[in-house]
Design a protein around this ligand. Sequence first.
Ligand code: ARG
Length: 461
Amino acid sequence: EAGALWGGRFAGGPSPELARLSKSTQFDWPLAPYDIRGSRAHARALAAAGYLSAEELAAMIAGLDTLDAAITDGSFQPAESDEDVHSALERGLIDIVGAPLGGKLRAGRSRNDQVATLIRMLLRDKAASISAHLITVIDALAAQAEANETAIMPGRTHLQHAQPVLLAHHLFAHCWPLVRDLERFTDWGKRADYSPYGSGALAGNTLGLDARLVATDLGFGHVVENSIDGTASRDLVAEFAYITAQIGIDISRLAEEIILWNTREFGFVTLDDSYSTGSSIMPQKKNPDIAELARGKSGRMIGNLTGLLTTLKGLPLAYNRDLQEDKEPVFDSIDTLEVLLPAFAGMIATLTFHTERMAELAPAGYSLATDVAEWLVKQRVSFRDAHEITGLLVKYAEQNELELHEVEDSALLAISPHLTPEVRSVLSIHGSVEGRDGQGGTAPVRVAEQRAVLVARVRVL
Ligand code: ARG
């Protein structure tokens, strides 16, 4: 019956309405394999403290192994009467090893320290798998940068043409936030390296169990310093949800650009057929649905984070049942990224960039004007005057429907005696890009260095 873990002091079983509300097996089942590992470790700690004989421990571990296999092959499932994954697994263990032995496992632990530990274990694994997916996105971007090494595109601010940049520089600009997301997981992992097992319900346990033994067994470097904090905090879950939301946002900003680049007006990219969709009514359509879903799903992941933070904000110490609400949002963000990132990586890897179109548009909108102003500075004109002179040049070119390099020598000199015909040396997109050779700039030599640093940074993670 429901309430199997806590029926003693109650006159009857829980109402069906309570049981239905309270139930979490429909979403906490992914914790099952971690609960089994926790139980093995806890059984060893009980044996080390003298609460299980060697034979009992062996029978317990064998029973847990049997249950583990039944979870893996799907033959053990949550029953209608199970409140949560922890109650289901106790029921399963007792079915296998019998109540006299199975009933001993719960000594000295609470579902509160259990669940706080298990979610950290699961999230540590997911940090690794999401990181691996993220690396495939970074690799796809880096491979496109390499394949289009010399391509120059219009760099924009305010979505207006600003200055020409290497396409590779722009693609790497999308890689760096993703690299920082990887590093965020690594850094989060240091804080998540503390096991709450042994904290009990909130105050610890009286049985002299060795929490270090359990922590080491479960792959944690440390035990939490405070049992109340160990059972009541979920900031690590929220931080994880933040990292997933940030990944969603980083991917979404790139998605938005791909959607724009894929329009007829931009014409910068063509999506591979296998990574685009059609329309049910318009036969000609080829839509960037992966990019749109990436943009859309970022909203969902932000919502998951916001919901979780809101759940946590008013909770008094220590454990409150509200904390059960930590799982669905963060599990949803994980599932979302695990489906999204492979599709996104494939879309990037198979994009065709129309580099001649990008190069043609790169100087348009007088995007070389800053190069003219800086050339004047190199002739020892003050930047204030250089800005003014170049502004007059742009005005003249605009009025006469010319590009900057098409303005005749006499018109140049009429605008300013400093504007000698030599200024044309900087009026090419290649010259412009090559000139921006300070660290982090778009000059090809710097972008090549940048790639090397990026590859090295990703490799050490
Ligand atoms: N299923 C709960 C959770 O996820 C753990 C159970 C704790 N329940 C309790 N009544 N103390 O947080």
